[in-house]
Design a protein around this ligand. Structure first.
Ligand SMILES: Nc1ncnc2c1ncn2[C@@H]1O[C@H](COP(=O)(O)OP(=O)(O)OP(=O)(O)O)[C@@H](O)[C@H]1O
Length: 251
């Protein structure tokens, strides 16, 4: 598998506190990579470095390199808006805008200058289809996104992220606020999307990582303890700490 993201000797500090330590990882394209580990081990922090969302947190300092498709994303000449278009993100809590379903999905394309109604209609339909939401909402696209169920709102947020045609989708605990049926729908959706997108997901749910991902990274105290194929990591971990974690001895 080709890697699309290369992280080398990455250290991240929140003020004096070092949250990531000497992280070096290669993340394959068009596959699902899961980040697992106990609370506070740095999973979300690392995820946020991949589209520079950490830039928004004052006092954050990054050392080392993160490259996407061979280009360092922390270079001075990188346009962060363009980067975030290529590297979309879906959060723990669905966060649709208080706008119509249509306007939520059309938001990104409009921001990037698309105004033609027919073109926007096509993008909205395609994105909602990709998020397996089209059939549920096609007859009431003008309805407020806030009137949808939590699971639908999360799929809408995925559609909104896909509307700007990213290469990479970051998912930060994106099912943890959902019921089991909505969670399953999103897991199925993510499986479909991996044929077209590179997906990196943070999850507290080890079963989810085992069900959904091809690669798993286990973190502890801001460090990578183990990174391997998901089947291998869960069936035959090489590090005692991974074994303890996946067998529920801590975390
Ligand atoms: N904005 C911030 N300012 C200061 N410290 C932070 C900030 N965000 C996270 N941290 C600290 O960095 C460490 C890693 O946090 P992070 O949220 O990345 O962990 P996590 O593994 O994603 O945890 P969880 O599973 O609970 O979401 C923690 O010790 C946390 O307290």
């Amino acid at each position: 598998m080709n890697s699309i993201i290369e992280i080398k000797d990455l250290n991240l500090y929140y003020g004096e506190f070092q949250a990531l330590r000497n992280i070096s990882l290669e993340i394959p394209e068009k596959a699902i990579t899961a980040f697992i580990g106990p609370s506070g081990c740095g999973k979300s922090t690392l995820l946020r470095t991949l589209n520079r969302m950490n830039d928004m947190i004052p006092g954050t300092r990054v050392e080392g390199t993160v490259s996407i498709a061979g280009r360092s994303i922390y270079s001075n000449d990188v346009d962060v808006e363009t980067l975030r278009k290529r590297v979309g993100m879906v959060f723990q809590q669905a966060n649709p805008f208080p706008k119509s379903i249509y306007d939520n999905v059309a938001y990104g394309p409009r921001l990037h200058g698309i105004t033609d109604r027919k073109r926007l209609d096509e993008i909205v339909e395609k994105s909602l289809r990709s998020a397996v939401l089209w059939h549920e909402v096609k007859d009431h696209l003008k309805r407020s996104a806030l009137s949808m169920s939590g699971g639908q709102q999360q799929r809408l947020c995925i559609a909104r992220a896909l509307a700007v045609e990213p290469d990479i989708l970051l998912m930060d605990e994106s099912t943890s606020a959902l019921d089991p049926i909505s969670t399953l729908k999103i897991e199925e959706l993510v499986q479909e999307l991996k044929n077209r997108y590179t997906i990196v997901m943070v999850t507290h749910n080890m079963h989810q990582a085992a069900r959904v991902s091809q690669q798993t990274v286990f973190f502890l105290g801001g460090e990578v303890v183990e990174y391997s194929e998901t089947k291998q990591l869960f069936s035959n971990p090489t590090d005692k700490r991974t074994e303890d974690y996946i067998s529920g001895r801590f975390g």
